[in-house]
Design a binder for this molecule. Structure first.
Ligand code: HEM
Length: 212
């Protein structure tokens, strides 16, 4: 998994310069307050999906998949409209203020596709919860390195659901919506744990370094 900033093992303190950080993304993360994180001791959220709900997700994904490039862009444009501070985490987009211009950017399209590819992998692992958990957990770890705070993850799910609705038209039902909501809730909670674990590991390394 890549990072526009400087790769997955990037040190967040050197990756984003102080003047570029927005106040909400600023500084060493205080997990339990600033970032809406409970720490890695948070219990694992179970994946609460019935077999019928998994089928609804798989069937709706077949339709959505044809439009993933569009869905990926819409999700992030809406995220930036509603939570402009999220844009500051993106090295490639943070200086583009015009969202119409950003909508056309190849980089945003590529990023949207990477996120949709994660959704595709998640849909493929609905019956392999251990693999799904690891996938989302590691994504949370990489988002700690990107300085992308957990409090925003659920908004991505909410925007995905809003973008999916007009594409699925009459196939969209409250049951389909609830199924996707449950999946994103699980993914967000697991990413949050990965984020916390990575941040705690980094804090531990930092304190060891300071003692040497
Ligand atoms: C459910 C929520 C989210 C999902 C599923 C998701 C998924 C992804 C994926 C698959 C990548 C590709 C790189 C990788 O695999 O590590 C990525 C990169 C990234 N995400 Fe997210 N993301 C989410 C939320 C967010 C939020 C809320 C932010 C900002 C506050 C964010 C900021 C970033 C940044 C900065 C990168 C690196 C950009 C790049 O490499 O070009 N993400 N995300």
């Amino acid at each position: 998994m890549g990072c526009a900033v400087s790769g997955p093992n990037v040190n967040p303190d050197s990756a984003i310069t102080e003047e570029k950080r927005s106040p909400s993304l600023e500084g060493a993360p205080d997990l339990k307050t600033d970032l809406g994180c409970g720490g890695s001791e948070e219990p694992q959220e179970p994946l609460l999906l019935s077999e019928a709900q998994k089928e609804l997700i798989r069937a709706s994904w077949v339709i959505l998949h044809k439009d993933i490039a569009r869905v990926g862009v819409i999700v992030f444009i809406r995220l930036f409209e509603t939570h402009p501070e999220c844009k500051d985490a993106f090295f490639l987009f943070r200086d583009i203020d015009d969202l119409q211009q950003l909508k056309m950017s190849k980089e945003l399209q590529a990023h949207g596709l990477r996120v949709m590819s994660f959704v595709e992998k998640s849909v493929g692992r609905l019956d392999q919860t251990d693999k799904l958990e690891l996938l989302a957990f590691n994504l949370g770890r990489s988002h700690c390195r990107y300085q992308a705070p957990p409090k925003y993850y659920e908004y991505v799910g909410a925007q995905f659901i809003q973008a999916a609705q007009p594409i699925l038209k009459e196939e969209w039902t409250p049951e389909v919506e609830q199924a996707w909501e449950a999946l994103f809730k699980y993914v967000s909670a697991t990413m949050r744990r990965g984020f916390s674990t990575e941040a705690e590991t980094n804090a531990g390394l930092e304190s060891t370094r300071n003692r040497i």
